[in-house]
Design a binder for this molecule. Structure first.
Ligand code: PLP
Length: 465
């Protein structure tokens, strides 16, 4: 057991929150190992001169944030570092492993390597440009880069003044930037019951409480959102209305208008993550278009052009731009100007749209091939999607399918990774078809999944005593 005693001298506010915050800071600083046991409630209370009830509330808060766990006979212990979402987002592929990894939501390959080479040569020929790209830039991004962002956003049907656009290092950073500008630790943020795992990481980092909202085939159910807003103060809604991750649902226009109307009535900010949008030609208008005064619209080039460039844009209400820029400055001062310059050139001269068209063609071919093999199961796979959401047929459990697939060299992601509340982790898996190196690898992997689903799951209960 550790004899951890937090120093609360610099922390204000309720003692129990200060203890939970101190624990979070020590976990983030790497001062604990997974499994380390914490002092008992009584022991810590005695050493800190607080009541046992204060320590119990602090531990309950830390448990709610996923930092610690507790079991009878084992006491209170540090959980493995972000086990639920962090590891599932990790992408250190072991090249020596003979694995077809369909866990990562990649756009399928397109021939943009040559285009990048050409662009770097263009930039290299301009000495002034080279010098200026080596310098610090305005935190919100260069004027030309923000204008490129506004042009990219306009493809989604939103006209925004470049002054409202802040450049970020991708949509994940955009989401963190918007939430950091909008919220304070302890605030509640609503999201889809099954959501992109990056929101869980962002919420954990910012100390936000997430509320998962019930969904139907059109996305968030408006009544569920309304009821949540009535139940207490909700600071923001984070949602992915187009080709939602993981369900691939695209919310129809009427539903978008209803969600925006509810947010307006309750004064709830909307963080609309729309990075998949350009994968389909005619998505309904962004939710932001129904409530621009309280919306933060996020997009990036990751799913449509190239994730490695790390280019994202956030367009917020005019009065929020300084706070967004401050959030970027706090995290990284500015998004890296060299890659932003590459992306901005591509957006401005149309190369980005040509790459997007190639990506879309390849994604459509892969989707068709995957559906030909798995389409007779209960699947969601909206047109334009880069992945398929498969409800695992009885008697399979999602965890058993993931384990068996892995044993046969195919990695897929179970619903747990996306569930905001544990009870929403249905027996479903996400299969990313963009991630396979080529169509042949994809077919091999998907055929393995089909063979498994057609067979009986392994009998594991025999081993339980
Ligand atoms: C819904 C959603 N938002 C954000 C991201 C992160 O995107 P980026 O690579 O632009 O940071 C992803 C990546 O899968 C995503 O699915």
């Amino acid at each position: 057991m550790t004899n951890w005693t937090p120093d609360l001298a610099s922390r204000s506010g309720p003692r129990y929150l200060a203890i939970a915050d101190a624990l979070a800071a020590d976990v983030a600083a790497g001062n604990f190992h997974s499994g380390d046991r914490l002092p008992t409630h009584r022991d810590l209370a005695w050493r800190m001169g607080v009541t046992v009830g204060t320590v119990s509330r602090a531990y309950a808060e830390a448990e709610r944030r996923g930092l610690i766990g507790g079991e009878v006979g084992r006491g209170t212990y540090i959980r493995a570092a972000p086990a639920d979402a962090g590891n599932l987002l990790a992408h250190d592929r072991d090249e020596s492993e003979n694995l077809i990894d369909l866990t990562f939501n990649f756009p399928p390959p397109a021939a943009e390597g040559g285009v990048l080479g050409e662009t770097l040569v263009e930039i290299a020929g301009d000495e002034n440009e080279l010098q200026s790209l080596l310098a610090y830039q305005p935190c919100a991004g260069r004027r030309a880069h923000r204008a490129a962002g506004a042009k990219w956003i306009a493809l989604s049907g939103l006209e925004v003044d470049p002054e409202r656009v802040v450049v970020t290092g991708g949509a994940q950073h955009g989401m963190l930037t918007a939430l950091a500008a909008l919220t304070r630790p302890g605030d509640r943020v609503a999201t889809e019951a099954l959501s992109y795992p990056g929101i869980k990481l962002a919420a954990r980092l910012l100390g936000l409480r997430l509320d998962g909202l019930a969904m139907d085939d059109d996305g968030i159910i408006p009544e569920a959102f309304d009821a949540l807003c009535r139940s207490g103060e909700i600071k923001a809604l984070y949602c992915v209305p187009t080709l939602q991750n993981p369900t691939t649902i695209t919310m129809p226009a009427e539903r978008r208008a209803a969600i925006a109307g509810i947010a307006r009535r309750h004064g709830v900010a909307i963080v609309e993550d729309d990075l998949m949008r350009l994968l389909i030609p005619d998505a309904p208008p962004p939710i932001t278009s129904y409530a621009p005064e309280l919306s933060y619209y996020i997009t990036s080039l990751s799913k449509t052009v190239a994730p490695g460039l790390r280019i994202g844009f956030v367009a917020g209400p005019p009065e929020a731009v300084d706070r967004l820029a401050a959030a970027v400055r706090t995290a990284c001062w500015m998004a890296a100007p060299l890659t932003i310059e590459v992306g901005a050139r591509w957006i401005t001269d149309g190369r980005a749209e040509r790459i997007l068209a190639a990506r879309r063609r390849e994604a459509a071919a892969r989707r068709t091939r995957t559906l030909a093999i798995l389409g007779h199961y209960d699947v969601k796979c909206g047109e334009g999607s880069l992945h398929l959401w498969l409800s695992v047929p009885d008697p399979w459990h999602a965890s058993a399918l993931v384990a068996e697939a892995r044993a046969r060299g195919v990695a897929i992601t179970p619903a747990d990774a996306f569930a905001i509340k544990r009870q929403d982790a249905t027996h479903a898996v996400r299969v990313c078809f963009g991630a396979a190196v080529d169509m042949a690898a994809l077919e091999r992997a998907v055929n393995i999944l089909a063979e498994l689903l057609e067979s009986e799951p392994p009998e594991s209960l025999g081993a339980v005593v």
